[in-house]
Design a protein around this ligand. Sequence first.
Ligand code: 8OZ
Length: 367
Amino acid sequence: MTLSSSFNGLFSPVAMGALKLANRIVMAPLTRSRMGPDGVPNEMHARYYAQRASAGLIISEATNISAQGRGYALTPGIWTDEQVAGWKKVTDAVHAAGGLIVCQLWHVGRFSHVDLQPDGAAPVAPSAIRAEGQTYTENGMLDVSMPRALETSEIPGIIQQYRHAAECAQRAGFDGVEVHSANSYLLDQFLRDSTNQRNDEYGGSIENRSRLPLEVTAAVVEVWGHDRVGIRLSPVTPDAGNTPLDSQVMQTYGHLIEQLNRFQLAYMHFVEGATATSRSVPTGIDLDALRALFKGPYIGNNNYDLDLAVNRRLEGKVDAVAFGRPFIANPDLVHRLKTGAELAVAPRETYYGNGAKGYTDWPALVD
Ligand code: 8OZ
C-alpha cells in the first residue's frame, strides 16, 4: 500500500444529487468509435461498460442527440428506438454489475462534414465560421465542412433535440444524463465569442451567449429532474476544431456557472486545462476560482493520476475525479488505484475502431 492509495478520500461513497456513487472514481466519457452506421450499441458495448462498472459513475461516450448532431462516423446515437433498445442492453449490464451510468448528450455543431449530415446538408453552428481540422467520416478523414448559421426560429428545434434525446435516455434505463457543453461543440460554440457572432438574443452579451446552454439544461432538467442531470465544461480547451477561447473566459464561464447554480444539478464535470492535452492554463485564468463558483458536487477531470487525485481531494478541491484513458486498459481501475497496483497502458491505436480488440479484451487483475 502506498500512502496515496491508503487515503480513503477517493474510495468513500458520495451522493451527487440522486446519484449515489460507491466511490469517487468516475469513468470519463471516452469516444471509442466502435458503433455501426446506425449508432446502435450491442452486446459488445454492454460488455465493455459492464467490465468498468466498479467506477463510482460511468459517463457514457459522447452520444449524438440527433442525425444533425453527428460529427464523427461510428459514434452512438440516442434518438431512435433501435438506439434506445441498444443502450438498454448496456444499462442493464452495468446495473447487473452494480454500477451507475449516465448518458452524455452531444451535438457537435459546426464540427462535422456534409457526408455525416442528413441529405448532405451543411453542419449547423451559431455563426458561419469554419472550424479547422478533419473529422472521421465513412469516407475516411476529411476536412470539416463550412457550417451555416442557425436561424433564431430554429433554436426551439435544437432544444427539442436535447429534450427528445433526454427522454430516449430515460427509456434506455440510464441513471441520468450529462449535458456535453465542452470541447468546442455546439453549446461551447454558442458560449464563446470566437464562434458566436450572432446579433439575436443568442449572441452578443455574455448573458445572450449563455442562453442556449441554460435553455438546454432547463429542458433536460424538466425531463429528468435536477438531481439526475450533470454538465461538462472545458473553458480553456481549443479542440475540437482548434477553436479560439472566449475573449473573457473568467467572466463568460463565471456567469454560466453562477446561472447553473439555480438548477441544483447533480454535478459539474470540469476539464481542468486543455482536454486530454495539458493542465496548464493561459495567464489570467484561474480554473479553481471558476470551480469555487459552483455550488454543488464537482468532478475534476484532465490528466489525473492517483497522486494528483489524492492531493486535490486532500485540498478539498474535488468531490470526485474522472479518469478517461486509464479506464481503457484497466477495467478494474478502482481496485488498482485502491491497492496501488500497476496500471496497464493502452496504446493509442486501440483508442478508436477495431471492434473487440483493444476494447473488451483488457483483463481485470482479479475476476
Ligand atoms: C475524441 C474523439 C472524438 C470526439 C470530445 C466527444 O472531445 C469528444 C471526442 C473525443 O468531447
